[in-house]
Design a protein around this ligand. Structure first.
Ligand code: OFO
Length: 170
């Protein structure tokens, strides 16, 4: 049985992950509208992964005999001034999520909840990748530039990203 304080904190994280999905879906829509189909694809895949993150926590709570409580998801921004502005916002959001995961690990340790701490290690590793992915795109935008041929190249590269579900989700 999961501790109530841990359960509440994990439920809050489900909401963070669902907001992440919503945020990236909004970015996908914005890129789609601006004719950058590769960026739109990358963000759409990102949103699908975020949904998996939420479900991984959802399943963990139920497996520990806890109760999942879903709250309202905040409205994300709808539009960004440039591809760099959107990717930078994504990068900063991932730094925020890393902070959330670290706080959860701290709570798990304080409660001597080894099972949750162990489960959270997957997210600790995932956050290294999440920050790295956004940072790599920012680097490319800086190096190649945000107009003309360079932008087409990056957009084409991002169109290759395919969704792979977390397997198994639990
Ligand atoms: Fe983007 O890692 Fe979950 O939120």
């Amino acid at each position: 049985m999961i501790n109530k304080k841990m359960e509440d904190a994990l439920n809050k994280q489900i909401n963070e992950e669902m907001f992440s999905a919503y945020l990236y879906l909004a970015m996908s829509a914005d890129f789609e509208e601006k004719g950058l189909a590769g960026f739109a694809n990358w963000m759409r895949v990102q949103a699908q992964e975020e949904n998996d993150h939420a479900m991984k926590i959802f399943d963990f709570i139920t497996r520990r005999n806890g109760i999942v409580k879903l709250e309202a998801i905040a409205k994300p921004e709808q539009s960004w001034d440039s591809p760099m502005a959107a990717i930078e916002a994504a990068y900063n959001h991932e730094i925020h999520i890393t902070g959330c995961i670290n706080a959860l690990v701290k709570t798990a340790r304080e409660l001597n909840d080894n099972a949750t701490e162990n489960e959270l290690q997957w997210f600790v590793n995932e956050q290294v990748e999440e920050e790295e992915n956004a940072s790599k795109i920012m680097d490319k935008l800086k190096t190649i530039g945000e107009s003309g041929h360079g932008m087409l190249m990056i957009d084409n590269e991002l169109s290759q990203r395919a969704y792979t579900p977390i397997n198994p989700v639990v």
